[in-house]
Design a protein around this ligand. Structure first.
Ligand SMILES: Nc1ncnc2c1ncn2[C@@H]1O[C@H](COP(=O)(O)OP(=O)(O)OP(=O)(O)O)[C@@H](O)[C@H]1O
Length: 326
């Protein structure tokens, strides 16, 4: 369920590390996007792309070097008192005292949260009830992530920020968290999450942005981002045939091809036309296309391509400049 209300609105956001006296680094370089009420927006990106840096600006934990952030219509930093009670934040590392038990940690946190859930309910929600008496330092990495999530949910937030919520969870834990996030979203919670897992974005996100080196390289619904990528067909040339014997490749909608030994790889934006044309040709010739592989574009491919393209273009990557800090 989404609406036109922009619950999160980010315009030309910039973040610079360093104080200008040493080499500074611009980690977020003009990021713009918005998230509607009840929507789940995923920020994807390679290591160091700027996901956490962006999230922290939106959470009001750091001041932007440029641009504008609004959460629920307010500046999350200047108007922290108006924003903080309505949001839930799950950081990458909650940093809770290791000596406290799980239940004590939740109780302590609840003391600072208005309208907090009961401790039992909070632990039940994330599947930690049986670990309530265990000290935080004895929890596994995945259990710590669940505790972080329980604390983010304590105040029944309207807007939930999740920084890599399933890192360190096993497959079942990840599914459980996805289920919980889906439930929260169905109840109307707006969610902004960062993740390394493409499957997680595919499973959960209404829309996503792929960040690369501090900029948004692609944005939209999963199907829109994927549709911008080519599909692939590959097969082995039948004995005695050459590429020139195939039907004209442009008539099949093929945009690029390469040949390695007998293996032919085609790229196309018209997968059905290319596949049908080849199969009809093979049938008419009475030959078999061995090792035939017909593959639609995927989010993974979009992601890898963006990273690769940027690597090719990226002499400026990692540029550290002083003037950016100004
Ligand atoms: N405190 C800091 N001082 C200087 N540079 C920093 C600091 N924190 C992050 N950076 C740099 O900013 C860039 C973006 O980091 P950020 O943690 O936002 O990326 P990320 O996309 O969240 O990465 P990851 O997926 O690895 O968590 C990286 O190049 C990182 O080295």
């Amino acid at each position: 369920m989404t609406s036109n209300e922009r619950v999160i609105d980010v315009t030309d956001l910039r973040r610079v590390y360093g104080d200008g006296t040493r080499a500074s680094f611009e980690a977020v370089r003009g990021v713009t996007f918005s998230v509607g009420r009840g929507e789940l927006f995923a920020l994807l990106g390679t290591n160091g792309a700027g996901k956490t840096s962006t999230l922290e600006l939106i959470e009001g934990l750091a001041a932007p070097a440029g641009g504008r952030v609004r959460v629920l219509g307010h500046d999350p930093r200047a108007e922290r008192d108006r924003v903080r009670p309505r949001i839930g934040v799950m950081l990458q590392d909650g940093g809770f005292p290791g000596e406290l038990t799980v239940a004590e940690t939740v109780r302590m946190w609840a003391g600072c949260t208005s309208g907090a859930r009961q401790v039992d309910e909070a632990l039940e929600t994330v599947g930690l009830s049986r670990r309530r008496k265990v000290r935080v330092k004895q929890l596994s990495g995945g259990e710590k992530r669940r505790l972080d999530l329980a604390l983010a949910l304590l105040g029944r937030p309207e807007v939930l920020f999740l920084d890599e919520p399933t890192t360190g969870l096993d497959a079942e834990g990840r599914r459980d968290t996805w289920e919980l996030v889906r439930r929260l979203r169905a109840e109307g919670t707006t969610v902004l999450l960062t993740t390394h897992y493409l499957e997680e974005a595919e499973e959960l996100a209404d829309r996503l942005a792929i960040l690369h080196e501090g900029r948004i390289a692609a944005e939209g619904r999963v199907d829109e981002v994927v549709a911008a990528q080519p599909s692939h067909v590959s097969f082995e040339l039948p004995d005695g045939y050459f590429v020139g014997d195939l039907p004209p490749l442009d008539s099949l909608g093929v945009t690029a091809h390469d040949v390695e030994g007998r293996l032919v790889r085609l790229r196309t934006d018209a997968l059905q036309r290319a596949a049908t044309g080849l199969l009809v040709w093979a049938r008419d010739e009475g030959v078999e296309l061995r090792r035939l592989d017909v593959r639609g574009a995927s989010l993974e491919e979009a992601f890898l391509r963006i990273a690769q393209d940027a690597k090719g273009a990226g002499a400026e990557s990692g540029a550290r400049t002083k003037e950016m800090a100004a």
